[in-house]
Write a protein that binds this ligand. Structure first.
Ligand SMILES: O=C(O)CCC(=O)C(=O)O
Length: 276
C-alpha cells in the first residue's frame, strides 16, 4: 500500500527516474514560503543561490518544516521506505529575465553517497514552466552509471562548478512543469537541467535531498536529519537544526558544509559505490 504516490507513479519513477506532479502545500502556502525566503534574502543582502545551498534548511525553521511535510515524506516513503534521512537542501531561485541556467548533470557524481538511492524532491514556490526555466530530466538516465562531467565554472551556470554532462540529446528531455505548492521527484542519477528564465517574475524551487537510513557517506562522516522512522544504522551525525531564523549555531554549519562542497572536498564517489 503506497501513502501518496499511485502504483503507476512508483512504477514510472522506477522505470524513468522521475515523477511529477504531486501536491505538498496550497498555492497560498507556497507564496508564504516565498515570502519567508525573500525576507531572509533582503535581511542578509545576498543572493539566496549563494547562501541557501546543500544545507539550506539550516538557515530557517520554516524550511525544515517544509522538508518534514507529511505529504512530501509520504511520497518519499513510497520510493525509499519508512526510515528517511534529510541529507541536504538547496534553493534554485532565478530572477525575472535571468540568464542563469543549470547545465545537464547527475547529482550522484557530486553527492558522495553509497549506495545510490537518493531521491530529490523539488518543491515549486512559484509556477515553473517552459518560459521561466522549468526543471527538465532525461528519462531513464538513472539506470546507467555515473557519467563524466566537465567542470566549466561558466559564468551563468548556477551549479557551483558548472559541472556539465557532454553528449546529451536535448530532444529526449522532458520538462516537469509545476504549479506553486506542487513537487516533482528525481533519482540522484537522473540527468537534469534547466534553461534561463524568460518571464518577468522569479522562478523559485527548493530541492530536498532524502536517503534511506542505510545509505552512507562515501567521503567520510557527515551530517543529516532523521525526518521519519528510525535510524538503525548510525551512519550520520545529526544536523544542528535552527531554533530560530539565522540561528548562529546552524548558520555556521551551513556555511562550513556549503564551503566544503564548493571547494571540492566532497569528491566523486563513483568508484567506491554499488551500481544502484
Ligand atoms: O531548479 C533548477 O533549475 C535545477 C534543480 C537541480 O539541479 C536539482 O534539483 O538538483
Amino acid at each position: 500500500m503506497t501513502k501518496h504516490l499511485t502504483d503507476a507513479q512508483v512504477a514510472h519513477f522506477k522505470q524513468y527516474g522521475y515523477v511529477f506532479p504531486m501536491r505538498a502545500i496550497s498555492a497560498q502556502e507556497a507564496t508564504a514560503y516565498r515570502g519567508v525566503i525573500e525576507q531572509y534574502e533582503a535581511a542578509s543582502g545576498e543572493d539566496v543561490n549563494k547562501t541557501l545551498k546543500i544545507k539550506g534548511h539550516l538557515a530557517l525553521p520554516a524550511i525544515v518544516e517544509l522538508a518534514r511535510h507529511p505529504a512530501i515524506l509520504d511520497a518519499v516513503e513510497d520510493l525509499i521506505g519508512p526510515d528517511i534521512m534529510l541529507f541536504g537542501a538547496s534553493i534554485f531561485a532565478k530572477n525575472g529575465r535571468d540568464p542563469r541556467y543549470v547545465s545537464w548533470h547527475q547529482d550522484s557524481t557530486y553527492f558522495g553517497l553509497t549506495p545510490h538511492e537518493e531521491v530529490t524532491v523539488w518543491v515549486a514556490l512559484t509556477p515553473a514552466n517552459s518560459v521561466n526555466g522549468v526543471l527538465r530530466v532525461l528519462p531513464a538516465s538513472h539506470s546507467g552509471p555515473d557519467l563524466k562531467h566537465v567542470e566549466t565554472y561558466a559564468k551563468d551556470n548556477m551549479l557551483a562548478k558548472g559541472q556539465t554532462l557532454v553528449d546529451i540529446d536535448e530532444d529526449l528531455a522532458v520538462e516537469m512543469p509545476l504549479q506553486p505548492g506542487e513537487f516533482s521527484m528525481h533519482h540522484e542519477r537522473t540527468a537534469h537541467s534547466s534553461l534561463p528564465n524568460r518571464s518577468d517574475d522569479r522562478r523559485i524551487g527548493f530541492a530536498f535531498f532524502y536517503v534511506p537510513a542505510h545509505v552512507q557517506s562515501a567521503t567520510g562522516r557527515r551530517r543529516a536529519t532523521l525526518v521519519r522512522g528510525t535510524d538503525r544504522f548510525g551512519h550520520w551525525d545529526a544536523d544542528t537544526l535552527p531554533e530560530y531564523d539565522c540561528d548562529p549555531r546552524s548558520m555556521s554549519e551551513l556555511a562550513q558544509t556549503w564551503g566544503k562542497y564548493k571547494d571540492g572536498e566532497v569528491k566523486q564517489a563513483a568508484d567506491m559505490t554499488s551500481p544502484r
